[in-house]
Design a binder for this molecule. Structure first.
Ligand code: PMP
Length: 360
């Protein structure tokens, strides 16, 4: 078998090896059913057990209160950009958006089709390299939306923004969900495409408070109403069965790691090593403001595009893949989600050190 290399991809991203090995077996026969996980009816007893375990693990790991539903939807996080305002924003209402990167901007664009948008803050003036401290909310927003981790720019909210009592806080947590403990009771909705911390692409986790499910109009397409999926337990139509299966396996693994508080410590240790090195490096610089640095996506540059390209080529040749930064930041981006091993971070540091000695 081909040896696995270190995959720094921003998403789809590295998955835990034990999960892949289990999936390999379950592709042929899920448990002793004689039918592979891809081939089971979503209504079969075997798949229902998979579904129930995945949901139970989401609930257990994030201590989700009773008055929230866990939905497994399709269409990616990007479909939540329109589904949220379609259900929760009326024409004469205003929704507040904290704009901290391209994904927040895309969410704003969709919301504008349904009602008014107040950009409560933006860090676009400095190419989204920081999280604004000042947030100016509108008088009576239908909800406040923010992106907890900015995958492209390597910034992350240290804590959730404060909103007035009664205003639902909505979070796109696609790139840092379950990387640290979170208090769901502070949120109206938390959603995430699975392909970074939870599993494969094709399934979107939506954790939504009951009262918001019922708020939406009933004259929009059935598939786009939260109540449809809530009432049917995400089985109104065929759900993304394989995605739900892998997500469940990833959460099993996460529980074995000690859960969210334990994985946060590991994430702090991994990112801490990289930022510690970047702070003293004479060649490489972190691009995100110190207090807002992401534990998931570490972005850095040499300041010279040719040198960046040389470094990436060297790293790739040494089995460190996916380090090229997004074109809007340039340089390098090391995406080190929950499943990314610390040994890969150490290998990257070794490469950076060596490259610095050669070029400083
Ligand atoms: N939000 C964030 C923060 C993301 O990083 C991404 C994708 N990388 C998206 C939304 C879009 O997710 P999807 O591709 O699942 O639509």
């Amino acid at each position: 078998m081909t040896e696995r290399i270190y995959n720094f991809s921003a998403g789809p991203a590295a998955l835990p090896l034990p999960v892949l090995e289990q999936a390999q077996q379950d592709l042929i026969s899920l448990g002793d059913t004689g039918i592979g996980v891809l081939e089971h009816s979503h209504r079969s007893k075997a798949f229902l057990a998979v579904y129930e375990e995945a949901e139970a693990l989401v609930r257990e790991l994030a201590s989700i209160p009773e008055n929230y539903k866990v939905l497994f939807l399709q269409g990616g996080a990007s479909s939540q950009f329109f589904m949220i305002p379609m259900n929760l924003l009326k024409k004469d209402q205003t929704a507040d958006y904290l704009v901290t990167g391209s994904w927040s901007k895309k969410a704003v664009k969709e919301a504008k089709s349904f009602g008014n948008v107040n950009v409560a803050c933006s860090s676009e003036d400095k190419n989204f390299s920081y999280i604004p401290e000042e947030v100016s909310l509108s008088e009576n927003p239908a909800y406040v939306h923010f992106t907890s981790n900015n995958t492209i720019y390597g910034t992350e909210f240290a804590t959730e923004p404060t909103v007035p009592a009664g205003v639902p806080l909505i979070c796109d947590a696609s790139s840092d969900i379950f990387s640290r403990p979170l208090d769901i009771s502070k949120y109206g909705i938390v959603y995430a495409g699975a392909q970074k911390n939870l599993g494969p692409s094709g399934v979107t986790l939506v954790i939504i408070r009951d009262d918001l499910i019922e708020q939406g109009p009933t004259d929009i397409p059935t598939m786009l109403q939260y109540r449809t999926h809530s009432e049917a337990g995400s089985m109104y139509n065929t759900p993304p069965t394989f995605g739900i299966y892998v997500l469940g396996q990833v959460l099993r693994w996460l529980k074995e790691q000690g859960g969210l508080a334990a994985i946060q410590e590991k994430n702090q240790s991994k990112a801490g090593k990289l930022y510690g090195y970047l702070e003293q490096s004479k060649l490489f610089n972190a691009t995100a403001a110190k207090q807002d640095r992401s534990l998931m996506n570490v972005t850095f540059v040499t300041g010279d595009a040719d040198l960046d390209a040389q470094f990436i080529a060297k790293a790739t040749a040494a089995g460190l893949d996916g380090l090229k930064g997004h074109r809007s930041v340039g340089g390098m981006r090391a995406s080190i989600y929950n499943a990314f091993p610390e040994a890969g971070v150490d290998k990257l540091l070794e490469m950076m050190n060596q490259f610095e000695q050669e070029h400083a």
